[in-house]
Write a protein that binds this ligand. Sequence first.
Ligand SMILES: [Fe+2]
Length: 437
Amino acid sequence: MSYDRSVSADSHELSPETVWHIDMPEIRFGRDATDELAFQLRDLGVEGTATGLVITDEGVADAGHADRVVAHLKDAGLGADLYDKSEREPSISAIEDCLSFVREQTDNGYDFYVGLGGGSCMDTAKATRAIIANGGSPLDYISEPTGDGQSLTESGPPLVLLPTTAGTGAEISPVAILSVPEKEIKEAISSNHVRADAAVLDPTLTTTLPPELTARTAMDALGHAIEGYTTHEHDSLLRASDPAERPVYAGRTQLTEMFSEKAIRLLSGSARTAVHNGDDLDAREDMLLGALFGAISGLTAGASLCHAMAYPVGNKYHTYHGETIAVLTPASTIDYNSASDPARFARVAEIFGVDTAGMTNREAANALKQAYIQLQQDLNVLPSGLTELAGITEEDIDWLAQQTVDTQERLLRCNPRPVTKEDVADVFRDTLHNWED
Ligand SMILES: [Fe+2]
């Protein structure tokens, strides 16, 4: 394959950013950390017999996790209502349903909120808490032209998130992603006021996750870790004249690199066991920790080309995000981007467990791609490429590439190697079949 065209693209602006910072919720991690949820809420200022809302979905409720959380809160003297109607990839109307529930049950909203589930449940909880606190509707806070682009000014009462999957990073991120089905796009309410106050990560909540979901979320987490490790350095961008203007995806730092390295090791080392033996708590703990570390890196340093390409695919074909990331990673994050810094990708190969002795950096990067594809095959539940994923063929590539460059500038700007539309099309072409079905 050839990606020669990229050499004609504009290079990144080079001027000296010297400062980085990181915002995080409080983080509580470990087996049965759920039993410390009430303590966490009290620590955040929840007093007396305050009543909160636990926001989840039917699947998580059926698994018994919602009952566990509600019983725990009641044992601690707190009130707890349950909303279990969260939707996968919540639409604006799904958020409005949750807002209506809150407004019917309370005069001014609940005293605290708990989001329990995968990224969709957590994003529903984040959006609901923020909009109840600031008033209005989701569209008021979605950027133009879809929404009004108003700024959130209030965070509202405490929000604690408990992930039941290991992958999305929604428990620490400052965005709530909402789908707009009639436009086949996703939009986000993005603000530090959306970020949760605390994340409680309990591997015992993840053992009920079936193999397919375990594999998909693992590949999303691995994507965050590798993309975060290989994105541009924070000091390769312009220094923000106003600290408030510093981009959310600010580039990699020594802190994010440290988290990426550990995340890649944990996730690549334990994914097979977590998928094939879901009750293995050691593996589940590794995956939850790896996903958290991947998010700390990828969601602050910045995701890149792979995530940019994943959004148009997900919007049009309604594929699962993690599955899409899994299919796109070999050609985008690894193959295309490794030319930006072969030594760095050789290092990823080593961390991934590849024996790179005697290899050149480019050979090691190529071995990383093979090892990554081997991992996907071993998980046994992931599609071989875009064609198997959603019936995508050569005819669909031009539209997907155009959508990527038209709508994903924020992510493409972070890519360590410049990209043109033709480059994106070439990469899409390479993802149709990662291996023979
Ligand atoms: Fe992701």
